[in-house]
Design a binder for this molecule. Sequence first.
Ligand code: MF3
Ligand code: CO
Ligand code: CO
Length: 272
Amino acid sequence: MEGQTNRRLNKDGIRIHDPADFAGMRKAGQLAAEILDMIADHVVPGVATAELDKIAHDHIEAVGATSATIGYRGYQHATCISVNHVVCHGIPSPKKLLREGDILNIDVTVVVDGWYGDTSRMFAAGTLNRKAERLVNITHDALMLGIEQVKPGNTFGDIGAAIQKYAEGERCSVVRDFCGHGLGRVFHSAPNVLHYGRWGAGPKLEPGMFFTIEPMINLGRPETKVLADDWTAVTRDKSLSAQFEHSVGVTETGCEIFTLSPAGRFHPTWKS
Ligand code: MF3
Ligand code: CO
Ligand code: CO
């Protein structure tokens, strides 16, 4: 395969994609974002997280795309739905009914024409309380500050440093047990995109790199543990946790966000 196109690995083992590959990522990213746009109307008190997952799955099938998560390491659902103190990889369940004031992350990854689109955002069942709203806002801003660092010449450490400096400055903590990842024609590839770090550290960003940034920010301590189901990660201190995720591509001048919400619904306050 190498040599047929300009697709190649750089010295850090990170794939450099062709300018033409951005179109594939855009299409996959837009579908993933559209699924979350559509699900937003269904996030209400009383709904089961399995029902939200089914809505996502049905939509993926209806448009002829594929779920990247069904069958991935034995995972059986089209989404991860992580409520309140669940950090990530919450398993949709018919028994998990949303309650007034719950905050939840819904994470969806689709494959369109071989390209992966991976995005997640926060939702609220009913009205957000002040503490939860603050955490959601901080987490969203942390993601966008990380994305602002994405341009050729900056490093992956700059992304992590921007997120960490801001989140910790707001007296929140950055989860270290999970990270973002390269993606493209594969779900998870090099590099690990850490959400903490030092300015100038880590590999340099180059045009054609595709990866996710997906900070998980806690109101309490950063430590997590995985429950007996082998997936659900929770905060050890049971503090509230939030996460937002975009898939991005490095351009000559900055970056393209592949998973922007077509309906402008990326942030939960779009309703107000
Ligand atoms: N979408 C998640 C990520 O951001 C991965 C979920 S893997 C699953 O990387 F199997 F738990 F769905
Ligand atoms: Co991801
Ligand atoms: Co994801």
